[in-house]
Design a binder for this molecule. Sequence first.
Ligand code: UDX
Ligand code: ADP
Length: 463
Amino acid sequence: MKITKICCIGAGYVGGPTMAVIAQKCPTLQVTVVDMNADRIAAWNDTDVANIPIYEPGLDVIIAEARGRNLFFSTEVEKAIDEAQIIFISVNTPTKTYGKGKGMAADLKYIELCARQIARVAKDNKIVVEKSTLPVRTAEAIKSILDHTGNGVQFQILSNPEFLAEGTAVQDLLHPDRILIGGDSSEEGQKAIQALVDVYANWVPANKILTTNVWSSELSKLTANAFLAQRISSINAMSELCEKTGADVKEVAKAIGMDSRIGAKFLKASVGFGGSCFQKDILNLVYIAKSYGLNEVADYWEQVIIMNDHQKRRFSNSIVQTLYNTVAGKKITFLGWAFKKDTNDTRESAAIYVADHLLNEQAKIAVFDPKVSAKKVLADLDYLETRTCEENIAGVTSYDDPYLACRDSHAIAVLTEWDEFVAYDWQKIYDSMQKPAFVFDGRNVLNASKMKTIGFVYHAIGS
Ligand code: UDX
Ligand code: ADP
């Protein structure tokens, strides 16, 4: 099979950047990204690349280079499926909100719809690549649908999990630690694997392209995310102990990170991890373990989530306690709403949960985030269904100017580690606030001694 055209179903945080980099690095391949969300496709096609729907440093430049040359964004899903030899599935797999496995298992309805659509449309052999974060056994489900409902054409299913992190997606895609491709051991399976290896080989060194069976590939994705999240929960657990005992978690992290067996990365204590992957993937792992009767395995991993929820709750409790046990009617300013810096993604962001707790305490929340819209902030809170939309509107105000957001406020809470926060004129902010002026640094990014010298009552995580 000669590969000339590939398509990707789902123009989201994974599909968009991944296909943009493939198109940039493989100029002879025609890459089409399709999505049923017409607004999203229109935004990807916006003549001003500043308006593409996903904020990722460096992505606009790549889009400007490849779009219209060999990279296309379209709503014509069936046409793209029909023409492509390789079809990536990159649709969302949220945690189920209903029925069996509610709150834990992944909802595969979007994947299943894609598989059925591919089966209906395909007239010649296809390689189908699962790209979204998926729980194990998804490839098997896709295969079963394709084999039983297709037009008698041959499908090869590959698992090619995405390890990019948001905010650094372009660099992660250009210089991946590894590319993982899982496939069938049959001759056809091996040929399909090779076809995908050849695509990546355009820019990824051969020793970084790993091929495995489908199961290992799927499970590796969950395992990687579970291990990473576990490191954060581990250091966050130590942060609470540090606060009680007078140790400083940053010093502890530095000291253990220099042990080459432990390593320095992912040891930043924080208000808790967010993002579309960690919680979802661990919940999947827990669900899978439970379904095999492996209760100890399930409990072990579930503790990572419990610790993360505790860290978010602990942060909001500390704000309430420090502000004399009441925040009712007080203006609390959130710097940051995204789940990490350099992204406009807010899925599972700690900010949402901290705001929700403080709204229950009748605080007035002011939000400033460089890349998140007021509409998104309200939508995130509405999604929790803790109170009515009107009540959320009454309790939360978003600002375009950080200094206005902080004016007259009783406390500032740093929820995202955006670089610009460090560079603010903190004296000016202090002068405009209610006194005592409190700062709760949920990301340990501000200079503690400078803040204290200005006069802030400064609280950091883990010291
Ligand atoms: C993660 C994985 O890193 C990536 O490989 C996978 O493909 C998808 O899930 P992502 O969710 O984009 O990527 O971001 P990541 O950088 O992993 O951060 C996740 C959360 O952990 C963020 O809220 C971040 O602020 C937090 N974090 C990270 C910490 O609190 N401390 C750290 O030391 C590192
Ligand atoms: P991720 O972070 O995994 O990329 P996103 O939610 O950002 O997740 O993107 C997933 C995209 O997939 C959404 O834009 C959604 O509209 C799209 N999508 C979901 N199901 C289908 C489908 N059956 N056909 C086309 N697009 C789909």
